[in-house]
Write a protein that binds this ligand. Structure first.
Ligand code: PMP
Length: 354
């Protein structure tokens, strides 16, 4: 830390992204990326001709991409916001809708960035404990008078909240934004995007990073009332008007045209997830019944950290969290069937050695 950093940032605990080691080729099941490549349409969209235009700024309004998203999701153009990864929307939303006065509430076990943004923007936030079974207690979020932030399905548990419960939260917090982070919704959860006309306090956040195989392009989007989208634009135009680069704008629009390809990828991942649950049971693991592209699992045979380390030593990366409430678990991203079979074979080898 330099002597120049202003005091409010000196204690900031930054977010730790999943590791991206370059020392060898790993079976990478640690950051919830898609194991499938971007579609042909996306690859073609990022042509040499377009790369040569990188001397020019991108469209700050992102009009073409937003038109495509609006048509695909059946909403108005004014209900769509696009961003540099969905992390950027989360950042803008914490900045716009929460503060020391307007607090925020989110689960104690959830996406780690919520806490980091809460700290960064000096938000008076509450972390509501998950129940014993790792589900969200909806009662913690009724009439709270704070900005509500919930990942649905939640991460790293993979468990979903019902649309009925989300509506209860929306109805009892009419003066606050309810942000539903649907990063993993395309793997089996039920989206609440259809509720944006009914609830002007609903902000639905989505990403291209998981179900659309574009984590490297950094593209997220939000669906909400025109007024909430206007607020997000106010923050965007006050920080980074050109928040999405030219190539990502093109790739994002092309991905919408290739939705059949991405649906097939999601179906493969769901099928492999269900196969993996079966295999994990056979190997003596307990796991949460994930609706997502990852499984949160533990076993009595080896503790979470040890298992993570031994897998890594054998060329397989999964994610381990040190929070004592979940340190016994690992989060395993669903890869291809072959990648999962490698994980299970390595696990059998590890178990034969302990
Ligand atoms: N929300 C959740 C719940 C996530 O797990 C992630 C990715 N790790 C994100 C948002 C951010 O994704 P991205 O910025 O790649 O869109």
């Amino acid at each position: 830390m330099s002597k120049f950093l202003i005091s409010k940032y000196t204690k900031l605990e930054a977010y730790t992204p999943g590791e991206q080691p370059r020392d060898m080729k790993y079976v990478k099941l640690n950051t919830n990326e898609s194991p499938y490549p971007a579609s042909k349409g996306v690859i073609d969209a990022v042509s040499d001709e377009e790369v040569a235009k990188l001397n020019l700024y991108p469209d700050p309004e992102c009009k073409f991409l937003k038109e495509k998203l609006a048509a695909y999701y059946g909403v108005d153009y004014d209900n769509v916001f696009v961003s540099n990864g969905s992390d950027e929307i989360l950042s803008f939303a914490f900045m716009a809708f929460s503060s020391e006065e307007t607090g925020a509430i989110f689960p104690d076990i959830s996406y780690g960035f919520y806490k980091v943004y809460g700290d960064l923007y000096n938000v008076d936030y509450t972390q509501a404990p998950l129940k014993e079974d790792f589900t969200i207690d909806v009662n913690d979020y009724l009439n709270v008078g704070k900005t509500v932030v919930i990942a649905n399905p939640n991460a790293p548990t993979g468990l979903s909240l019902s649309l009925e419960d989300i509506e209860k939260i929306l109805q009892t917090n009419k003066d606050n934004v309810v942000l539903i982070d649907e990063a993993y919704i395309d793997f089996g959860g039920k989206t609440c995007a259809g509720l944006i006309d009914k609830y002007d306090n609903l902000l639905v956040v989505r990403t291209y990073s998981k179900s659309r195989s574009m984590a490297g392009a950094r593209l997220g989007f939000a669906l909400a009332s025109k007024e909430i989208i206007d607020d997000l634009n106010r923050i965007k135009y006050s920080t980074n008007p050109y928040n999405i680069n030219r190539l990502t704008l093109l790739a994002g629009a092309a991905a919408i045209d290739d939705c059949e390809y991405y649906k097939a990828c999601c179906n493969n991942i769901i099928e492999t997830r269900e196969y993996s649950k079966k295999r994990l049971s056979e190997l003596g693991f307990e796991y949460l019944d994930s609706d997502s592209n990852f499984i949160f699992a533990r076993t009595d045979k080896i503790n979470g950290e040890e298992y993570y380390k031994k897998l890594k030593a054998n060329g397989v990366l999964v994610r381990h969290f040190s929070d004592p409430k979940i340190s016994d678990y690992v989060r395993i991203t669903i890869g291809t069937r072959e990648q999962m079979d490698t994980l299970f074979a390595v696990t059998e080898k590890i178990f034969s050695e302990v």
